[in-house]
Design a protein around this ligand. Structure first.
Ligand SMILES: [Zn+2]
Length: 97
């Protein structure tokens, strides 16, 4: 996946761990120095998709030096995810008209 010209690879793992979140739920992880996004495949599809949107925003935030706080990233994640789903459902209904 291309993020601002950086070729990110997306990995899915059901054993995703983060030293910063020892007991917390980790849906995804972004390593901007390695151009690597990890998604926790132990969770359902919606969580995997929102995690991917979230981690891409984290990558943009880092590479573009936006300095967005985490709450802003979470709001963008939810809004952009809903927009993608809306566009997908529009595509579905257009074919049925
Ligand atoms: Zn985050």
């Amino acid at each position: 996946m291309d993020v601002l010209g950086y070729k990110y690879s997306i990995r899915y793992s059901d054993e995703l761990k983060d030293d910063d979140v020892p007991d917390g739920i980790l849906f995804g992880k972004c390593e901007t120095s390695k151009w690597q996004i990890d998604i926790n495949s132990a969770y359902d599809r919606i969580n995997q998709e929102t995690a991917l949107v979230h981690e891409v925003i984290e990558a943009i935030n880092s590479h573009a030096g936006l300095e967005l706080n985490h709450q802003t990233i979470c709001i963008l994640e939810a809004t952009i995810y809903n927009m993608i789903k809306q566009l997908e459902s529009n595509e579905d209904t257009q074919g049925q008209c």
